[in-house]
Design a protein around this ligand. Structure first.
Ligand code: F6P
Length: 370
């Protein structure tokens, strides 16, 4: 019978875009691990602290204890830093001809864990970070993953922290836009993040009673959107609120991409501007566009996100104590459970177009431009 190896030292890392609630995970995991007598280090900026220690005054690792994690539950961001470029599985290496070739540098990364006597890793991230976590697990590193994303596009967990905060803030912003839109009789187009899933747009749109919501799951016809605005106009409603997910696309077009840097995923954005311009042309109504962008990622997490973050952090430590490896902590109400990392990364969770939130929106008369 194999027994669980003794843990002396663990590392925490946060990868991908930051999300409100990361610090709650760091705090809970640190305190729970310290209570078991384990040493805890935070790796700076994803895995950069381990891969490129020369870049950091402190050598790239931060010792975490009760003092370093004090008073951070309610703060946004991550105290250990994060990055969404330079994934060690596909590290971009410049070539003589100016191009880049992706190299797998995970053997080197694992060697660094051994060099620092780190027995196990708790890695907090989205699909990219969790796919990397699964890869490291298969190469023999002891890993437990914690799901994070404001986009809510991770499968095998009911929710991730960050999403609730993003939806609450977007809702408040749209509420505020209502009065100015009504005062001027304008169309207000609000672009929100979410990558290739429409969760933030849908939930904030429904919560704020927007008139039109455009999501990636339903390619839109701009004439149908204009028709909805004209119908409102005829009924005496002189303004309209149109919420657009950054990944929304027209029936005859593609996702709007801002660009792509080396070692990074493509940057979405700009669809709000396009929709606003076209609506102004078709309806003749004055239109303004507001891009909420990174405001959705900043600020203090909601109570829900703090709680999920704390529960995930403590559950990750319990998983290690039980000897679990290669798993992701998952919210499965009323409890927290564990799923294999592989299963968690196998598909992106998009909005089911027959979900009850969608049906509610349709029953309320909301247009999806279809
Ligand atoms: O995945 C989270 C997210 O905020 C997306 O909604 C958005 O497309 C992306 O990150 C933006 O990333 P960056 O920080 O590179 O601008």
């Amino acid at each position: 019978m194999s027994s669980t190896p003794t843990i002396r030292r663990i590392a925490l890392s946060t990868g991908g875009g930051d999300a409100p609630g990361l610090n709650a995970v760091i705090r809970a995991a640190t305190i729970a691990a310290r209570a078991r007598g384990w040493d805890v280090v935070g790796i700076r900026d994803g895995f950069n602290g381990l891969m490129f220690p020369e870049r950091y005054i402190d050598g790239g690792l931060i010792r975490l204890d009760r003092t370093t994690v004090r008073g951070i539950t309610h703060t946004g961001g991550t105290i250990i830093g994060t990055t969404n470029r330079g994934n060690p599985m596909r590290f971009p290496v410049p070539q003589a001809d100016g191009s880049y070739r992706d190299e797998d540098r995970t053997d080197e990364l694992i060697a660094r864990f051994r060099m620092h006597d780190i027995d196990a890793l708790v890695t907090i991230g989205g699909d990219g970070s969790l796919t990397l976590a699964d890869h490291l697990h298969r190469k023999g590193l002891w890993v437990v993953g914690v799901p994070k994303t404001i986009d809510n596009d991770l499968d095998k967990t009911e929710a991730t922290f960050g999403f609730d905060t993003a939806v609450a803030f977007a809702t408040e912003c749209i509420d505020r836009l209502n009065s100015t839109a009504a005062s001027h009789g304008r169309i207000m187009v609000v672009e929100v993040m979410g990558r290739y899933a429409g969760w933030i747009a849908l939930n904030a749109g429904v919560a704020s009673a927007a008139d039109v919501v455009l999501i990636p799951e339903i390619p839109y016809d701009i004439n149908k959107v204009a028709q909805k605005i004209r119908e409102r106009q005829s009924a005496g409603r002189l303004f309209s609120i149109v919420v657009v997910a950054e990944g929304a696309k027209p029936v005859d077009g593609n996702v709007t991409v801002r660009g792509k840097s080396v070692g990074q995923a493509e940057r979405l954005g700009g669809i709000g501007e396009k929709v606003a311009h076209e609506l102004e042309e078709i309806t003749g109504k004055e239109t303004r566009v507001v891009v909420l962008g990174h405001l959705l990622r900043g600020g203090s997490p909601t109570a829900f996100d703090r709680l999920v973050g704390l529960r995930f952090g403590a559950a990750a430590i319990r998983a290690l104590e039980e000897g679990q490896r290669g798993v992701m902590v998952s919210l499965t109400p009323p409890t927290v459970s564990y799923v294999p990392l592989e299963a968690a990364c196998s598909r992106m969770k998009t909005v089911p177009i027959d979900s009850d939130t969608m049906l509610t929106a349709r029953d309320m008369g909301m247009s999806f431009g279809d």
